[in-house]
Design a protein around this ligand. Sequence first.
Ligand code: PHE
Length: 471
Amino acid sequence: MENNSKSENKKERNSFTGSLGFVLAAAGSAVGLGNIWRFPYCAAKDGGGLFLLVYLVFALTFGFTLLITEVALGRKTQQGPLTAYRELQPKWKWLGIFSFVVPFIIYPYYCVIGGWVIKYMFTYMIGKGSLAVQDGFFNSFISGSWQPILFTFLFAGACFYIVYKGVEDGIEKFSKILMPILAVIVIFISFYALFLKFTDSDGVTRTGLQGAKIYLIPNFKGLTFRGFLHICLDAIGQLFYSLSIAMGIMIAYGSYMKKEVNLEKSVNQIIAFDTGIAFLAGLMIIPTVFVFSDVDGLKTAGTSLIFVALPKIFNSLGIFGYILGALFFVMVLFAAITSAVSILEAITASYIDKYGWSRKKSVLILGAATFVVSIIVCLGYNVWVFKLKLPNGSVGQILDVLDYGANNVLMPLIGILTCILIGWVCKPQTILDEITLNGEKFNRAGLYKVMIKFIAPVLLFVILLTGLGIL
Ligand code: PHE
């Protein structure tokens, strides 16, 4: 009976129409809030061009290894994350449960932040951008009783619709529209940022080009060995999050990839897209923040960068600032939606494959269940305010606690376990066979083996220890 339903499933399995659909959908997952609010911040903090170089090296080695492993795992097993590990190695089926739990934790709070983005986008679109800079606008909005829930609902509703429509008619179709628009907006704003100019009250004039220099030129001043190691760790951590690794997402997307598509080439393209957008986001944000608030302003990251610091800048640009603000939030919204869709798809695929549920039933039930958690996250800023000290030293709300648990603990752990499974239990050849299925030549096979067996697990272990506050 179980076999029966499984083979039926395989027959009906959705798939991307071709390599472009797959690459844009996977890039849609990878390009998200992390590219816009975290990458520029890391670059500004970690010596500009030096960080960029380090990041690039790790992207082509460490990031490439983990990403291609997950995509190949999905395509080989033709299963969502919950059952893919079981298919590969029955004794390791528990790892599937782990990688099902992570997206389930992340999705609800990602939707809450997506809701904030919609609120800001509307605020700019109706020409009320000046409100967004008033003291307390952000805090009073997120601690409101019904507005955050309403906007979260709008965001989650859009994701629900796309996943409900399926892989080809939903995810692929929307990614093919949203991702190119996003790329054009990023290019436009980053180009514009280079020509900004501002003279502050002390009579000091700063230009966008000066800001771009801070970003692009490697800064070795005062660099110690320990400092360099920190930069490496920041780059690896950022990369890991940015490529949507260890969340089961790339396994799910890989399972929809056609067997004739060139796996290595597609993975290279995803990395190029993700890194390219992160680089341009830096070129857009660092000069802008620098021009208006000097080097100190570059220390802002996370929600306060997008929802507090940038609105101030848009405001000082007059009427054009409103247009720029609206464009910016449209771009952030597209980045966030395609990422959130991939998380919802990962959990939906798991249910379809594990229980043989239909797509519609899975997405309805999971969409409703995660929305209940989203409401709890919203209430964390309202009736359930608390401050919890986390092992890495930061203090957080419900949203931060979920984020911490998933990103700092569970994801590195899943990454390490996947490396052990592939590197030592099943052996790297399992993945190499899938990569070269159509007789493709895989030049980085040697690098892949060393990475998956030795280097990647060690690096991930260091990230885990850092996240736990032990290092
Ligand atoms: N990769 C996304 C980014 O860079 C983050 C993400 C997290 C995507 C969780 C999907 C799920 O922002």
